[in-house]
Design a protein around this ligand. Structure first.
Ligand code: WQD
Length: 338
């Protein structure tokens, strides 16, 4: 079976992608430094797929460690690179932690890939590179704006490093720009684990629904949108994971050379207030909320034009907003709440 290295493979999107890779007949080599995800996620993945997976604890900021991994697994034909710190507000307080980790890990990975002649890499990027777009319905040609945070800047710079390296023909790259991934595997065995108070909207909604949080704060109700709250493009994590399988296949089959970027979203925008209503409709649970001032750095409205993903990868998201919110709620209920 074709071996694919998955860095950050125990993370939220990484773990769902590992499951989809196995179901598509690949053998993932799962790499994680366990800084953000517990080792328990490995056994949860194994429960879903019904067998052991190959896991190595590797610190990508240590070149010798990634070299040793590629030496141990000489059959790896491609890499899906998720490993990164990703908390926007933490990156504002600790920019060097983010630049050091997110950029050095990518540079080390690329250096090691070049030494081993591994040419295919899918990069985990983000719609955050669009900043506050002129037109909220963004396609991949939308101008890249100054990043709203050091985290966002590391995604922008990561793409630039990959683009420049791909220009030397050493690697072929697909950079996938996620919009807002939400939801969980239908088994509820894996999902978006939280460490402390949730930063993102949907985990905050589900923790409010289960009674762990008193109420949801809606950050801003005076934006120039249909109901005053921010618009985002929410996409099921399983649809995101499936796009990664198509992307790595695309590269391994030599259909993309050098560097390309692809948006991954549902193609639809939903406001925060609409998400609350959709959750209540999907679950029958009322979400208490309070309208509070805007959150620093929030973009008023952004949602994806996904025509390119459909054209290049033949990918179309299948899950509805109701699926996303129901799966997120089922995952929340499956967690043992202390
Ligand atoms: C969504 C909307 C908030 C929490 C982030 C990263 C982005 C990507 C996806 C990694 C916003 C509002 C939120 C709350 C709220 N991650 N909100 N109350 O900021 O769009 O994107 O996750 O790649 O890079 O920036 O996601 O879920 O934090 O916020 O009103 O308690 O929900 O203001 O409008 P965001 P989010």
């Amino acid at each position: 079976m074709s071996q694919i290295l998955v860095t950050g493979g125990l993370g939220y999107i990484g773990s769902h992608t590992v499951v989809e890779l196995i179901e598509a007949g690949y053998e993932p080599i799962v790499l994680d430094n366990l800084s953000e995800s517990p080792l328990e996620v490995k056994s949860r993945i194994e429960t879903i797929v019904g067998h052991e997976i190959i896991f190595r604890q590797v610190e990508l900021c240590n070149l010798a460690e990634i070299d040793a991994l590629f030496k141990e697994f000489p059959e790896i034909t491609g890499v899906i690179h998720f490993a990164a710190f990703l908390l926007v507000n933490e990156s504002v307080d600790l920019p060097l932690k983010y630049y050091h980790n997110n950029l050095l890990s990518t540079i080390n990975l690329l250096q090691s890939m070049e030494a081993r002649g591994i040419r295919n890499i899918v990069f985990s990027s983000s719609c955050t590179v669009y900043g506050t777009p002129e037109n909220p319905h963004v396609d991949e040609d939308a101008p890249i704006q100054p990043a709203e945070s050091p985290y966002g800047n590391t995604k922008k710079m990561g793409e630039e490093i990959l683009r420049d390296f791909a220009a030397t023909e050493a690697v072929n790259v697909l950079s996938l720009r996620y919009f807002n991934p939400i939801g969980a595997h239908s088994s509820s065995i894996i999902g978006e684990f939280q460490d402390g108070e949730p930063h993102h909207l949907v985990p905050y909604i589900t923790e409010t629904a289960i009674g762990k949080r008193k109420e949801l704060k809606v950050f801003g109700s005076d934006y120039d949108t249909r109901d005053g709250s921010c618009i985002r493009d929410y996409i099921h994590v399983i649809d995101i994971a499936k796009a990664h399988i198509l992307a790595i296949q695309h590269l391994v089959e030599g259909k993309t050379t050098k560097f390309d970027v692809i948006n991954l979203g549902s193609g639809n925008g939903s406001t925060v207030l609409e998400m609350i209503k959709a959750f209540e409709l999907a679950t029958g649970i009322k979400i208490p909320f309070e309208l509070v001032p805007r959150r620093e750095g929030d973009v008023p409205a952004v949602y994806a034009n996904i025509a390119k993903a459909q054209r290049v990868l033949n990918w179309t998201p299948e899950k509805t907003l109701e699926d996303m919110l129901r799966d997120a709620w089922n995952f929340e209920q499956s967690l043992k709440h202390a």
